[in-house]
Design a protein around this ligand. Structure first.
Ligand code: ATP
Length: 333
């Protein structure tokens, strides 16, 4: 371990949620995953993941979703920390604290964000300072969306979504997220997608020209029209009330709306903050969405926000911010 590691007692990383602007689902692969072509955008809705040396491995989850997240060795953040420790030959257990604001099992990749945050925070705490490529490889072992949580911004994902390429995109987009009070399990949604498409020819997935044109132009109206998700019929089949959510959003000024990832969150694109506020009110007042969040995108990927040098909470932040690319952080609208 380097001297940098011994001087740190607590490190916090901030990691973003994502929405899928486009999700093309190809045939099932021999390993059980599907061939994907997707466009991710990181949005200003974050979890903060703090790590500090401890006598044994442990995890605490704070916030409204505590009951929905495992607080044991299956938690993706703890798995990430242990994976990095084993790769780097580190024998220093950590206690992880997640301040969770990303809804769980919502299609927003909250678990992947926590994995990315834990990798980055432990990497700094232990003074490993892995390369960007090495970190993305570890992230891919933890979840298909985890490499993107490190990279952030707007990016294209192929393979099972873990092979990333930058997208030439412009614009700052305002999102309204209609949340559900019942989550959807990702494997269940893929199984339903397979069921709905059984007997049909499923072509190899490829990014669409309208999506690429929209992102290059930075035109929110074009992007709203280009939003698409091959998992949407499956999510609607499993949660039919999402049809109403989509209808309310589109009737109340959204430029477009799409189920994010495996759902059940529906992401609506609006033209500005004011339209976002109006749409949030309409979704709540209609009873269509039990809860609504607003966020802007793209934002940067997981990055360090504190690296205290004294006992936790006593020394304050060094003010250092590092990250793995992506545009500078934009905050929720
Ligand atoms: P994705 O879009 O990447 O498929 P999701 O956003 O739909 O995922 P997550 O919030 O990542 O779903 O949670 C999926 C499941 O993972 C949860 O039901 C939970 O049991 C488990 N899980 C493990 N670790 C975490 C974590 N740190 N945060 C949230 N869920 C976790």
């Amino acid at each position: 371990m380097s001297s940098a590691a011994s001087s740190l007692c607590c490190v916090t990383a901030r990691a973003p949620a994502k929405v899928n602007l486009e999700l093309m689902v190809g045939p099932r692969r021999s390993d059980g995953f599907h061939h994907l072509a997707t466009v991710f955008q990181a949005i200003g809705l974050h979890d903060d993941v703090s790590v500090e040396p401890a006598d044994e491995w442990g995890i605490t989850v704070n916030g409204p979703y505590t009951d929905l997240v495992p607080a044991d060795g299956t938690n993706l953040a703890l798995r990430a920390a242990r994976l990095l420790a084993s790769e780097a030959g580190i024998d220093v257990p950590v206690h992880i604290t997640i301040d969770k604001d990303i809804p769980v099992a919502a299609g927003l990749a909250g678990g992947s964000a926590d994995a990315a945050g834990a990798l980055l925070a432990c990497d700094a705490l232990w003074g490993v300072w892995s390369s960007k490529a090495a970190m993305e490889d570890l992230a891919a072992e933890l979840g298909s969306d985890a490499p993107f949580a490190l990279v952030g911004g707007t990016a294209m994902g192929s393979g099972r979504g873990d092979q990333l390429a930058p997208v030439l995109g412009r614009g700052r987009y305002h999102w309204v997220l209609a949340l559900s009070d019942v989550g959807l399990s990702t494997p269940t949604v893929y199984a339903e997608c397979d069921r709905l498409r059984s007997g049909l020819h499923v072509p190899a997935p490829a990014p669409s020209a309208p999506m690429m044109t929209a992102l290059r132009s930075g035109d929110a109206t074009l992007l709203g029209r280009a939003l698409s998700n091959d998992l949407q019929p499956a999510a609607l089949s499993l949660q039919p009330r999402l049809e109403e959510v989509l209808a309310v959003g589109l009737d109340n000024g959204a430029l477009g709306g799409v189920v994010s990832g495996s759902g059940p969150t529906v992401a609506f694109l609006v033209s500005d903050t004011e339209r976002g506020l109006d749409l949030a009110v309409a979704l709540t007042a209609s009873g269509a969405a039990p809860a609504v969040k607003r966020a802007v995108g793209p934002v940067r990927g997981a990055h360090l926000i504190t690296a205290a040098s004294g006992p936790r909470g006593s020394a304050g932040s060094t003010g250092r911010e590092t990250g793995h690319g992506g545009p500078a952080g934009l905050r929720s609208s």
